[in-house]
Design a binder for this molecule. Structure first.
Ligand code: AMP
Ligand code: ZN
Ligand code: ZN
Length: 422
């Protein structure tokens, strides 16, 4: 029988049984009686799917085995935290949503023209985020309640809208407290209880940077976040919500090992005093100082080992990058495990007295180590299913469908994950 006919048949049968079945209406969190099942979107920053194979994450591995397990979700370029978290909740490539890097410049926002992760004033300035509409804003406008236990952008009044419940980012808040907050929200009476909740943990990423992906430090962080997920599941169980909540667990990108002897110095490619470097590392974004365009381009655009550079208009189409005004005129991208930066940047990093950052991400999304975790478990999802690799822009159409929302215009394809729903 034709597969789409089978799906239609299943849909008709399920709908006709909806009055007596305990399952939600297909592909949606809306129950037959009108009750909505909460959707919890968990981000484990920097969690590579192969980390599940270390035998340290019984909770996550159990969810992956019982539910839908992704073989690797491809991040958007650049494979960094802020661009990718905003992609996950907008379905837009960074070039289209405007959070084009963790550090960026926008002359149109002068005098506050620099954005960086550590700068609270910049992070909380909605003008950086207003170019796109994140899921919680859409959900709010379409009548749902929303809550965010951290997520890049969630502590900002984007387009004038905040989540109904939200917390200001605070890395010192222990994982258990974050979980308890989510459980508290779920204890609210129907009508006040959020329909969409985010929950974020940076611990695996932090350990990956400090110690590298193959380290006792990462192993410890895996146990830590797995323990937090176990606490969440136990809390749901206690509330008889274990089968009445849909869980989507993702990462923003993976992690790979770098080394001091795998650095391409920008100083060796151009006269470093004639460029303005906005970002450097796995990828560098820079522009020539006025009057030096030709020499800088000649130096960078020549062939080099372990790094490729392009004018923004010539960036390969598969990276979906280069049209946004916040992308500087030149991009250099290092091979996996390599870095491209200035000697001054390296000296600055080494002078902090901390160990050299060994784990990095930001590379081409096609690099296998950049792949991100994806697990889905709950009444809306099919069981014991493996999902082949897919682009993270395709997550957004799944999330809007789960919440019964009309999606904003986006770069995702709804077909990619349609088959993981009942
Ligand atoms: P990255 O440099 O791409 O590895 O970024 C990861 C870091 O982003 C984490 O270590 C967090 O400290 C930081 N971060 C995550 N969420 C937020 C947020 N909502 N506000 C500020 N910083 C955040
Ligand atoms: Zn990250
Ligand atoms: Zn990171």
């Amino acid at each position: 029988m034709n597969p789409s006919f089978v799906r239609l048949l299943v849909l008709v049968l399920t709908l006709s049984l909806a009055g007596c079945a305990d399952r939600p209406a297909p592909s949606s969190t809306v129950q037959p009686g009108g009750e909505r099942l909460p959707l919890i979107l968990v981000s484990l920053d920097g969690f590579r799917p192969d980390y599940l194979e270390r035998g340290l994450t019984p909770t996550l591995s159990g969810l992956a085995a019982a539910g839908v397990a992704g073989e690797g979700m491809r991040p958007a370029f650049p494979s960094l935290t802020f661009p990718n978290h905003y992609t996950l909740v907008t379905g837009l490539y960074p070039d289209h949503h405007g959070i084009v890097a963790n550090r960026m410049e926008d002359p149109a926002l002068a005098p506050k023209s620099v954005f960086s992760l550590g700068d609270r004033d910049a992070v909380e300035d909605p003008r950086w985020w207003n170019g796109a509409t994140p899921l919680w804003v859409t959900a709010h406008r379409q009548g749902l309640r929303t809550a965010t236990m951290f997520w890049p952008g969630s502590d900002v009044a984007i387009q004038g809208v905040r989540p109904d419940y939200w917390e200001k980012f605070d890395a010192s808040l222990p994982p258990e407290r974050r979980v308890d907050k989510v459980l508290e929200w779920l204890d609210l009476p129907v009508g006040q209880r959020p329909d969409f909740i985010t929950l974020y943990f940076e611990h695996v990423d932090t350990a990956g940077h400090r110690f590298g992906p193959q380290s006792e430090g990462v192993d410890q962080s895996l146990r830590q976040v797995d323990g937090a997920l176990a606490r969440l599941l136990a809390g749901l169980q206690q509330r008889h919500l274990a089968d009445r909540v849909n869980l989507v667990i993702v990462a923003d990108h993976g992690m790979t090992l770098t080394a001091l002897d795998r650095i391409v110095f920008l100083d060796d490619l151009v006269d470093i005093d004639t460029v303005h470097v906005v970002n450097s590392g796995p990828e560098a974004e820079l522009s020539p100082l006025p009057g030096h365009e030709a020499a800088v381009e000649a130096g960078l655009l020549a062939l080099h080992e372990h790094v490729a550079c392009w004018r923004k208009e010539d960036i390969p189409a598969r990276l979906h990058y280069g049209s946004h005004p916040r992308v500087p005129s030149l991009l250099c991208l290092a091979d996996s495990g390599w870095l491209v930066e200035s000697r001054a940047d390296l000296r600055r990093e080494l002078s902090k007295g901390k160990p050299f950052i060994v784990g990095r991400h930001g590379y081409d999304p096609a690099v296998p180590d950049m792949a991100a975790l994806f697990i889905a478990k709950g009444p809306a999802f099919r069981e014991r299913l493996r999902q082949p690799p897919f682009d993270n822009v395709d997550l957004y159409p799944l999330l809007t469908r789960l919440l019964g929302l009309v999606p904003e215009p986006n770069d995702g394809k709804a077909e990619t994950l349609a088959e993981i729903l009942w």
